[in-house]
Design a protein around this ligand. Structure first.
Ligand code: ZN
Length: 240
């Protein structure tokens, strides 16, 4: 089934709608979301409603759980915390309870979906060290796992000799007997130096990373209006 994979929308409705239009043009049969529907951006309600109406399923991200009070926000940096607190003042109760009900992990016949890491999904770890990447690849019960969280697209591949290959997530054709841990990047706040919204398409055993331009200035104007922190507004221009 041709599948669109989105992650880390972060209340950026302009980016979300641009990506959903692109996925419609791609004729995907379903969309799945890897979490962080909210946080950072100006439109939490519209984003939660749209993701829940468009996606076959979504897992929870640390910002979703942070807003819902299910994970402590003390480890968040100052601007992220400010945005979580602002989001709590804006979000409608029905969307707050929807965020609280998102699962941490979803396993499909084709892949596993989790926001941070497959082995400890509630700890919100980042895949920084080689050991952590190896542990997660070994722990995967299905050959393919899609993650978000770092906002930087990348793919890790484990071959039958237990070697790990790190490579760009641009286009990956899945080979039998191998495992793949793929970060699909962020729709609403890319951090890989490319400010365009990132998302993935999975079709016939091939994953492709896509980018889509959207009206960044319009989101920045809405963020200014909302009084959200300036560094969060500025970083959208550079994708950092
Ligand atoms: Zn995020």
């Amino acid at each position: 089934m041709k599948t669109g994979i989105i992650s880390d929308i972060h209340s950026n409705f302009e980016a979300l709608t641009a990506v959903l239009s692109a996925l419609e043009r791609e004729k995907v049969e379903r969309i799945v979301c890897l979490g962080d529907l909210v946080g950072y951006g100006p439109d939490p309600n519209a984003c939660v409603e749209t993701v829940l109406n468009s996606a076959a399923f979504s897992v929870a991200g640390n910002h979703d759980h942070g807003v819902a009070g299910l994970t402590p926000i003390e480890p968040f940096n100052l601007h992220a915390r400010t945005a979580v607190e602002w989001t709590r003042t804006q979000i409608e109760p029905r969307w707050m309870s929807a965020l609280s009900s998102l699962p941490l992990v979803a396993v499909d016949d084709a892949f596993m979906a989790v926001h941070a890491t497959p082995n400890f999904p509630a700890k919100w770890h980042y895949l920084f060290s080689e050991d952590e990447i190896a542990d997660n690849l070994e722990a995967m019960t299905v050959p393919v796992c899609f993650v978000g969280h770092s906002h930087a697209p990348v793919a890790f591949e484990l071959n039958s000799e237990h070697d790990i290959l790190m490579r760009p997530a641009d286009e990956i054709r899945f080979q039998p007997g191998r495992k793949y841990l793929i970060n699909v990047g962020s729709v609403g706040q890319p951090r890989d130096g490319d400010p365009r919204a990132a998302y993935g398409v999975l079709s016939d055993g091939v994953f492709t990373l896509k980018r889509e331009v959207y009206d960044i200035a319009a989101v920045q104007a809405r963020m200014r209006q909302a009084g959200l922190p300036a560094p969060l507004i500025e970083r959208l221009s550079t994708g950092q």
